[in-house]
Write a protein that binds this ligand. Structure first.
Ligand SMILES: Nc1ncnc2c1ncn2[C@@H]1O[C@H](COP(=O)(O)OP(=O)(O)OP(=O)(O)O)[C@@H](O)[C@H]1O
Ligand SMILES: [Mg+2]
Length: 316
């Protein structure tokens, strides 16, 4: 069973705004999916439809086999949600907030008490456990919101910008936690974020939304191939250039275009990965001493800008 299926999902808000249009997508169990896109792209709207807080205008979706539109309570029981505006109680302490949700989820008292303390510890909130939420900073609130979402051991987590207000150390801690939830507990994660560097590190697959439409989805490598043709191979070594002393000129022996990028550093442009052994063999046969060979990968940020409209405008 897929963790999430989305088929031709659409949302038109009262007033006529088409926030999501014909969105089709699916997520495997245990996958950490990065849902990316500019402000107003429709990411939060999609999460709201998947978690049963907003009715779709068209199409259908399922979450762990359940239909959020017709059985929202069942969906709430299996999913954890962290949104920008988490519903928690300012006049209760951090611990009391978690106890409240544990009870609301029908967990036995001893279990929710143990779980709440463990989550507070994992999210480095133990010291603030007895403090009222009104005295929490934004980042502390956000971490408590994640703890709350995890109280009932959900099978799937929907995270809408979970690290936006966090300092780098807390963000790293939360990201590590997200990764280990997926890896060790098999939890599926649907993550909306603008923090592309973090997303690159923790997501196994990405979807890119723009004006409510999915413009691309796939692994980092697959997305990279959509916008950048060929591969760049960085080679460090001596006597590499041999007969190819003129930068930007084609090497007569190997037939690979190259660029000298530093002392003993070269960048070769090749069509596909399969050509790497051929390149290395040719360089060695030509008398080169190779110390390092690495494929230069494109970052998620570079790929994102190449795929999205703004990026295309800038580069045009
Ligand atoms: N309740 C609403 N009524 C009318 N229009 C709305 C409503 N909520 C969102 N929208 C509009 O729908 C579009 C998508 O909004 P949404 O919040 O889903 O975007 P987003 O991708 O989450 O953006 P952000 O990155 O800023 O969080 C926007 O144009 C927004 O103005
Ligand atoms: Mg949003």
């Amino acid at each position: 069973m897929q963790a999430v299926t989305i088929e031709k999902l659409s949302k038109i808000y009262p007033g006529g705004k088409k926030a999501v249009e014909n969105l089709s997508l699916s997520l495997q169990k245990g996958e950490v999916f990065g849902f990316l896109g500019p402000n107003g792209a429709g990411k939060t709207t999609t999460i709201k439809m998947l978690t049963g807080t907003l009715m779709p205008s068209g199409g259908a979706c399922t979450v762990l086999g359940l239909n959020p539109a017709s059985e929202p309570e069942k969906v709430h029981a299996v999913c954890g949600v962290v949104t920008e505006h988490a519903q928690m109680y300012d006049n209760l302490t951090g611990l009391q907030n978690l106890f409240f949700y544990g009870e609301a989820f029908g967990m036995p008292k001893d279990e929710y008490e143990k779980r709440a303390r463990k989550l507070l510890e994992e999210l480095e909130l133990s010291e603030a456990a007895q403090r009222k939420l009104s005295a929490y900073s934004t980042g502390m609130r956000q971490r408590l919101s994640l703890a709350r979402a995890l109280m009932h051991r959900p099978g799937i987590l929907f995270l809408d910008e979970p690290t936006s207000g966090l300092d780098p150390e807390s963000a790293q801690n939360v990201n590590r936690m997200i990764q280990s939830l997926a890896r060790d507990e098999g939890i599926t994660v649907f993550l909306c974020t603008h923090q592309l560097r973090y997303a690159e590190g923790i997501c196994s697959r990405f979807g890119l939304l723009e004006h409510g439409r999915l413009i691309a989805d796939g692994t980092l490598e697959a997305l990279g191939r959509q916008v950048f043709s060929g591969l760049t191979v960085c080679v460090r070594g001596t006597n590499i250039s041999g007969g190819m002393s003129q930068p930007e000129k084609r090497d007569a022996v190997c037939g690979f275009t190259y660029r000298k990028t530093g002392p003993d550093q070269f960048e070769f442009s090749i069509g596909q990965e399969e050509e790497i052994p051929k390149l290395v063999r040719a360089l060695v046969d030509g008398g080169g001493n190779i110390y390092q060979v690495a494929v230069k990968t494109k970052s998620l940020e570079e790929i994102y800008f190449a795929l999205t409209e703004k990026g295309r405008e800038v580069s045009a």
